[in-house]
Design a protein around this ligand. Structure first.
Ligand SMILES: Cc1cc2nc3c(=O)[nH]c(=O)nc-3n(C[C@H](O)[C@H](O)[C@H](O)COP(=O)(O)O)c2cc1C
Length: 306
């Protein structure tokens, strides 16, 4: 019997495979295609305090081995989420993380305080790294002082699992992760998308109204893998590795290099059952390689131990 369980904060994942924010819908859409008793869980699309209509179209462009997106955090706001989406999550039996995207400290306090009154939530992934808000791709993540201020007072608001989602676009992310660790966060989700762009050569203009967009998919995998390695040498709390994962081999690489669990985003848009498929393959891999506990793979690169 292979033990696939991974613990992040208060949450025990049945498998280290999680659906990434923005590509897992609000949960039920993902569970239509994936088995809740096999996968680790999912992260909802980002919720902001107030409704956001998102960016003008086009919002998505396929590029070589990847995807550029400029969604701009479209969602109905926290109250809409609590009333219309959260009730649908309650009967789902895998880890359910709510991705919260605050613009100020006050906003994250209001959001967590409201959600603490609700059930059916395993934890929060705080997203300060969305590249699709400003025209230069900057966000709270690009400013250490703002990030530290935001991260500081969150732990006392909840006993639920707390993860911080950071950007690979700013070196500041490593310093911010260290501070989040000291402030009691349970995990670092690394990485969000990379800053990229595209030009429409017929019009001579940027494809996206915001100019900049977020690059995801297989194109970013080797860079994310390296970033996760660097992050694993920065913090001791679990790292949830994200970026271009699409195969069982990718998952093993991320875990060997230091990730305790992984999230899959863009690949879900192409292979909607991928979370179940990879969770099953992971078990087979363990059996073939005489690995009893999946967590024994974590940080085994070059014999290094976490
Ligand atoms: C269409 C799309 C929408 C996304 N929306 C969000 C979002 O709302 N919040 C968030 O934290 N990340 C969002 N992401 C980023 C993903 O969660 C993930 O960090 C990133 O795409 C890298 O992983 P991947 O290469 O497996 O897609 C989005 C990504 C895509 C492709």
């Amino acid at each position: 019997m292979i033990d696939q369980k991974i613990k992040i904060g208060q949450t025990v994942l049945k498998s280290p495979i999680i659906g990434a924010s923005g590509c897992s819908g609000w949960g039920p859409e993902l569970i239509e295609y994936n088995k809740q008793d096999i996968i680790g869980g999912f992260v909802t699309k980002s919720v902001t305090l107030n409704e956001k209509i998102g960016n003008d179209s086009p919002r998505i462009k396929e590029v070589s081995s990847g995807l550029l997106n400029s969604i701009g955090l479209e969602n109905g706001g926290l109250d809409y989420f609590i009333e219309n989406k959260l009730p649908l999550l309650k009967d789902i039996d895998c880890a359910k993380f709510i991705n919260l995207a605050p613009f100020t400290n006050e906003e994250i306090h209001i959001m967590i305080n409201k959600l603490e009154k609700e059930t059916g939530i395993d934890g929060y992934e705080i997203n300060i790294s969305c590249p699709n808000i400003r025209k230069d791709g900057f966000n709270i993540n690009s400013n250490v002082k703002k990030s530290v201020n935001l991260v500081k007072d969150i732990r006392k608001l909840t006993k639920r699992t707390l993860m911080l989602k950071l950007s690979p676009a700013f070196n500041e992310s490593f310093e911010i992760a260290s501070i989040a660790e000291k402030e009691g966060f349970d995990g670092i989700t690394f990485t969000n998308t990379y800053l990229g762009t595209a030009v429409n050569i017929d019009t001579g203009k940027f494809v996206f109204k915001n100019k900049v967009a977020g690059l995801s998919g297989p194109a970013i995998k080797p860079i994310s893998l390296w970033n996760v390695y660097k992050m694993a040498n920065t913090v001791k709390i679990p790292i949830i590795g994200v970026g271009g994962i699409r195969t069982i081999e990718d998952v093993i690489e991320f875990m060997m290099i230091g990730a305790s669990a992984v999230q899959i985003g863009t690949a879900l848009l192409v292979e909607p059952t991928i979370l179940t498929d990879i969770s099953i393959k992971l078990k087979e891999y363990c059996k073939e390689n005489h690995i009893e506990k999946i967590r024994d793979i974590i940080s085994t690169i070059n014999g290094e131990e976490k």
